[in-house]
Design a protein around this ligand. Structure first.
Ligand code: SDX
Length: 431
């Protein structure tokens, strides 16, 4: 195949086919193969979709070679330093930073919808105490839509309200799930609290005593939410778009995203990193044995929090979180041996040819658990925190699918490798 200007030429079986070349605003280029099967009778095969673009999107840009991440064109480093999670949620969902009046309105709507329908409490009663909060989160997001049938319309006339309801309620559902899993009474939100402070209140207050909000802790968690807010077509966001493409409603699409995020290769990695660091700490070694195992394919172990499908460089979010770990622990006048182990592991890995040759660097999950641990968030809630943070990205991608006039249902093809045609054998004649 060769390409000139805006067309690629494919030579196949003595024939030549022209494929349009698409170029994005940041210079990324793609062969448009939407007519390939009709023209050539062939499809493409791309295990894990590593080379396949599923959509044109205006939400988030990543340059994995150089470690660039921008939400609606704004560098993640600037947003981390100057913005807040709610403002970034507005940026991603509505397409631009809000003016003051819009931010105030968005915040008012988040507060208006922070409560769950009172009957949803009974759903929590149905879960066993051992239920994983991610299981509760995905099912309760779908359950929430049962109480608001108007949300079942794929294109409700006020998307901002629908988005704010989901963004607000996912936080309440998460906190209620935690309280339920610990056998604690649920704590209702306080309308006077902003988004992240209210979540901490619902997680850690008691009926007889409010949780004491430390501004440093609130800021650190808000930063964690902000840094997880979107990441282009990762596994869970692509899942949300897949479900949205069938014109399913926002709650169903987001619940599917929660399920995809749960996997240890994706959002579940932050929990797996802490389990790995705890295992190393208990073993009393410096982690070199674990690194050796991670390099040995037969061990089935991986250095969790390391490596990335897109980043062939340091994940910019990991850099920011690593510094935030040091800052928060210093402000809390605490140290954490697991942070020391993590830093040592990073040093060992980044000087080891196995990791260097494969361009495996720390990703967003490598240090995030240290901050959550310092805040007092329990291990089983780590991926739930990731899901709360990623909700604006899922909502923005859902909206982009629904507002695209050319959007089609996602339906990949396959190459069949199974049995060729054979007859039905009656049961008495089967060996
Ligand atoms: C997230 O996509 C996103 O944007 C995701 C995310 C987001 O914000 O949505 O950034 C969030 O999911 C971050 C990733 C969290 N997962 C982990 O930390 C789990 C550990 N990392 C991996 O398992 C792995 O790196 C993936 C899943 C992240 C990426 O997998 P790929 O792209 O399919 O890479 P691969 O499995 O093909 O690996 C290439 C090589 C292989 O070795 P060889 O076959 O070339 O000899 O690198 C090796 C792998 O064995 N490898 C690792 C490794 N990651 C890759 N070896 C040891 N430890 C690791 N962590």
């Amino acid at each position: 195949m060769s390409s000139q200007n805006n067309n690629a030429e494919l030579k196949l079986d003595g024939k030549s086919y022209s494929l349009p070349v698409i170029e994005g605003t940041e210079g990324e280029r793609a062969f448009d193969i939407s007519a390939l099967r009709a023209q050539t009778g062939h499809i493409t095969m791309d295990d894990g979709y590593g080379n396949t673009g599923s959509c044109l999107s205006k939400i988030t840009f990543i340059d994995g070679e150089t470690g660039i991440l921008r939400y609606r064109g704004i560098p993640i480093e600037e947003l981390a330093e100057k913005s807040t999670f709610v403002e970034v949620a507005h940026l991603l969902i509505m397409g631009r930073l809000p003016i003051r009046a819009e931010l105030r309105r968005f915040s008012v709507v988040l507060t208006r919808y922070e409560m769950l329908h009172e009957d949803m409490k009974f759903h929590f009663e149905g879960f066993p105490a051992t239920a994983h909060p991610m299981a509760m989160l995905s099912s309760m997001i779908n359950a929430a839509s049962c109480f608001y049938p108007e949300l079942l319309e794929p294109e409700s006339d006020d998307f901002e309200i629908e988005a704010a309801r989901l963004l607000s309620q996912v936080r309440t559902i998460a906190a209620f799930s935690y309280r339920k899993s610990r056998g604690l009474p649920i704590i209702y939100p306080k309308p006077s609290y902003k988004y992240t402070a209210n979540f901490l209140h619902m997680m850690f207050s008691e009926p007889y005593q409010d949780y004491e909000l430390n501004p440093e802790v609130v800021r650190a968690l808000d930063l964690i939410f902000l840094l997880h807010a979107d990441h282009e077509q990762n596994c869970s966001t692509a899942t949300v778009r897949m479900v949205a493409s069938s014109k399913a409603n926002l709650f169903a699409s987001s619940a599917a995203g929660v399920c995809a995020l749960w996997g240890p290769l994706h959002g579940g990695a932050n929990q797996a990193v802490l389990e790995m660091l705890n295992e190393i700490h208990k073993a009393g070694d410096d982690g070199s044995r674990f690194v050796a195992a991670a390099k040995d394919k037969k061990s089935g172990k991986r250095l969790m929090g390391f490596g990335h499908r897109i980043y062939r460089n340091y994940d910019p979010r990991a850099k920011i979180i690593k510094k935030a770990c040091d800052d928060l622990l210093a402000k809390l006048k605490r140290s954490d041996p697991l942070l020391d182990i993590a830093k040592h592991l990073e040093q060992v890995a980044l000087s080891d040819p196995y990791f260097v040759e494969r361009k495996l660097y720390p990703n967003v999950d490598f240090y995030s658990g240290i901050i959550m641990r310092a805040i007092g968030i329990p291990l089983e809630m780590f991926t739930v925190i990731f899901a709360i943070g990623r909700m604006p990205g899922w909502i923005a991608n859902y909206r982009e699918v629904n507002e695209d006039p050319n959007s089609r249902i996602y339906r990949p093809r396959q190459i069949y490798m199974g049995a060729t045609q054979n007859p039905y054998v009656p049961i008495d004649e089967r060996s």
